[in-house]
Design a protein around this ligand. Structure first.
Ligand code: DGJ
Length: 748
């Protein structure tokens, strides 16, 4: 396991428990990608790539007579620029003559214990002697551009991280116009692309389709990873299922504009290139300067999409999240947003908190509207001072009252933004991103602060640190409610304007790093108008991210299903909200809303004062249920049992630890005269015995007393093999979105 270099064949082999990744320096000094996939033993992979002369695929100059050795045909580890490979390239670099060209030759390599770090960029970390680093150094002899290919091998986790450093070791300035993070050539096989697309309030819908013989792009140019395309794709066998088939995951650790292209070339080779979006991007590299491209997390599994997801879940929690909260039980919270929007004062919030505390809620979160002249979303962003008309005496009296109820207190902020109608904008209009001579496009009537400027980052660190130091705040919801247009910084010279969007992200990361380091006891939740920045970059700082502004439990089934392909339950912010739902107008039983929100971080976002006594009793029960099942929900292995799109009648999912399992099911399309609800469970031990110790049915019109146990099934003991292969019949349910939870305990 780990990293081996065979000097005789000039081959690098990266071994994880179940996978092998191999590269080779060829006779001409280029680095070829030889293999990535299921673990393989000894053998010479050169045999896989015999010389082949393809028309219109140019040869390397020394091979011009022999022919058949073309960069356009051979699998590349990281492409050069404009030197005969017509497929997707990783890099565009231009010298002062305007010539765009680079052809990298191997120089040296180094294998070191531990995991490399990346200056200023979030990346995976080693939790204790588990990773090894390979750094391969290459150089373009003409420009002097040096390329460092970095590999972090997490053998136990079956994850290989990749990143790239480019350094101008020449004498003339260079201009990068594209600098991708990784190229992955899959020379053989035909693949389905699985990706996660959507829009505001409908994020990360899973879509699966065969890759065409063309270029397919998953990208965002919005200055945020976006609601629209998540920076995570999977390529899998056409017949791969949740449980079988070869799958490759490519996940970018980045929260800004990104681009992953997949090309199926003339010979059927599939190339994936992933990294920063190159639209309007450029980076000036003066002699001696370096540029680092963000990290990519590669994972390969032969065990289907479910197994690939579980690898990412574990890896993100263990090796991406750094928060002290990543494994701890997080408080059940109540957020006032959908209860009050901007219309609140100290008493309103305290009334919500009192009611919530009486039902067992553990934290009160005050959302948007507590600062500046923020009575609607047209003003106030940037003025992070308490609006004393709403909260006389500031936050302290409110926090004291909340704490006196035995609850923690949390606060919403949106630091990256500024309203035109704010003292901050009036004092520093040049701190906003706007194009000279143009009225900017407005998103939610707000502008984006220029976080490429260090003084803006310093200002925000100072202001937010004061807020956190002066008040007993134990949670921050970090929002970001528009995408980036009019990208221009008043602080950078013309030739560096192509750097603004990426420098902005570096500023965001610096800001988050400084605050989360200075206030480790504060639980941070990311948010961007819901799930507009739900990515591995943000997870380095925030152990949880608000999944979507869509709180409708039925819509959440699709959103959380899509999210689960890459991201763990412990990262998915999910709340029970009011009905009729504010986004869709739909009414769903209160228990079903809780069953869905419990498959995330779990909280409430409604005016609990409007609930009936019976509903309050349900809320009390729900919180106890969540606390009882906490370990299996948050720490268990996650299995998708049904696909909401392809198997629409009912959606089901399951989490499993060594000793217990919880199955959740929501009936979305009740049918008359229907077949019984049947599930084949997953992840159990075949020979172990499991006792059905709780089976709760919620909201079915056939069971008037929701929450009662269908007694006949409780207490039944079944083998794991029976539950997984023969399956299990669940109680009959009808009505609007009834649900159930089935809890199993493994017998000793
Ligand atoms: C968008 C968030 O996703 C909501 O939860 C809420 O915090 C609003 N912003 C507040 O403006």
């Amino acid at each position: 396991m780990g990293i081996q270099f065979d000097a005789r064949t000039q081959t690098f082999t990266l071994q994880t428990i179940h996978t092998t990744y191999q590269m080779r320096v060829d006779e001409r000094g280029r680095l070829l990608h030889m293999y990535y996939g299921r673990k393989i033993g000894r053998g010479d992979l050169r045999e896989l790539y015999p010389p082949a002369d393809h028309g219109f695929s140019p040869d390397y100059y020394p091979c011009r007579l022999r022919r058949g050795v073309s960069p356009d045909v051979l699998p590349q580890e990281y492409t050069g620029c404009n030197v005969g490979d017509f497929r997707l390239s990783c890099l565009v670099v231009r010298d002062p003559d305007g010539a765009a060209g680079a052809d990298f030759l191997y120089e040296s390599h180094e294998i070191t214990p531990g995991k490399y770090t990346l200056d200023g960029l979030p990346c995976a970390h080693d939790e204790g002697a588990e990773a090894e680093t390979l750094c391969i150094r290459m150089k373009d002899p003409v420009t002097g551009l040096c390329l460092e290919l970095l590999y972090g091998v997490f053998a136990e986790q079956d994850v290989i991280t990749r990143a790239v450093r480019l350094k101008n070791a020449g004498a003339a300035p260079l201009r990068l116009e594209k600098a991708a993070s990784a190229c992955l050539d899959l020379p053989f096989g035909n693949w389905d692309l699985v990706h996660f697309h959507g829009r505001h309030a409908m994020e990360r819908k899973m879509e699966r389709a065969p890759l065409p013989a063309a270029i397919t792009t998953v990208s965002s140019t919005r200055g945020a990873s976006s609601h629209h395309h998540n920076p995570f794709v999977i390529l899998c066998d056409h017949d791969a299922t949740e449980d079988h088939g070869l799958c490759y995951g490519v996940m970018l650790v980045y929260s800004g504009s990104h681009r992953t292209d997949m090309e199926v070339d003339q010979n059927g080779l599939t190339r994936v290139v992933s990294g920063l979006h190159d639209e309007r991007f450029s980076w000036q590299l003066e002699p001696g300067e370096s540029f680092t491209a963000p990290e990519v997390l590669l994972c390969c599994s032969a065990g289907g999409l479910g197994d690939l997801s579980r690898h990412y879940h574990k890896f993100l929690r263990r090796n991406i999240c750094r928060s002290p909260f990543r494994y701890t039980r997080r408080p059940v919270l109540i957020n006032n947003w959908e209860a009050t929007y901007f219309d609140f004062n100290t008493d309103t919030i305290c009334r919500i908190a009192e009611k919530a505390a009486s039902l067992g809620v553990e934290m009160m979160v005050l959302d948007d509207g507590w600062f500046g002249k923020r009575n609607d979303d047209n003003a106030g962003l940037g003025d992070w001072y308490v609006n004393e008309e709403k909260l006389p005496g500031g936050l302290r009296p409110l926090i004291e009252r909340v704490n006196a109820l035995g609850m923690k207190f949390g606060l919403w902020v949106e630091p990256e933004m500024v309203s035109e109608d704010s003292d901050l904008y009036r004092a520093h209009p040049d701190w906003a991103l706007t194009l000279p001579g143009r009225s900017p496009a407005m998103g939610r009537n707000q502008l984006v602060l220029d976080l490429s400027r260090p003084e803006v980052v310093d200002y925000l660190v100072e202001r937010l640190s004061a807020l956190l130091a002066e008040n007993h705040i134990e949670y921050i919801k970090w929002d970001m409610n528009r995408n980036m247009s009019d990208v221009y910084s008043r602080a950078l010279p013309p030739e560096r304007q192509g750097e603004v969007a990426h420098r902005y992200m570096l500023g965001v990361y610096r800001l988050l790093d400084r605050l989360t380091t200075a206030f480790p006891h504060v639980l941070f939740e990311g948010c961007a108008g819901g799930g507009g920045r739900f990515d591995a970059g943000m997870l380095c700082y925030f152990p949880q991210i608000w999944c979507s502004d869509n709180t409708d439990a039925i819509e959440r089934l699709t959103i959380q299903h899509g999210t689960s392909f890459g991201y763990p339950v412990s990262a998915m912010g999910a709340h029970v909200s009011a009905c009729p739902n504010h986004q869709t107008g739909r009414t769903v039983p209160l228990w079903t809303r809780a069953v869905v929100a419990m498959s995330g971080t779990f909280g409430y976002e409604l005016d609990l004062g409007r609930l009936t006594d019976e509903e309050c009793g349900q809320v009390r029960q729900q919180i106890k249920t969540f606390q009882r099942y906490y370990d299996v929900i948050q720490n268990g292995d996650y299995y998708r049992l049904r696909d909401p799109d392809r198997q629409p009648r009912y959606v089901a999912w399951q989490t499993v630890t060594e000793g217990e399992s919880l199955v959740s099911l929501v009936l979305t399309h009740p049918e008359a005269n229907a077949r019984p609800l049947h599930l084949c469970l997953k992840g159990l031990e075949e020979d172990a015995l499991y006792k059905v110790d709780e089976l709760r049915v919620y909201g079915t019109t056939e069971t008037p007393e929701s929450g009662d146990k269908p007694d006949s099934q409780v207490g039944a003991v079944c083998s794991g093999s029976m539950l997984m292969y023969a399956g299990y019949i669940l109680p009959h349910m009808i009505g609007d979105a009834p649900s159930l939870q089935l809890h199993l305990t493994r017998l000793p």
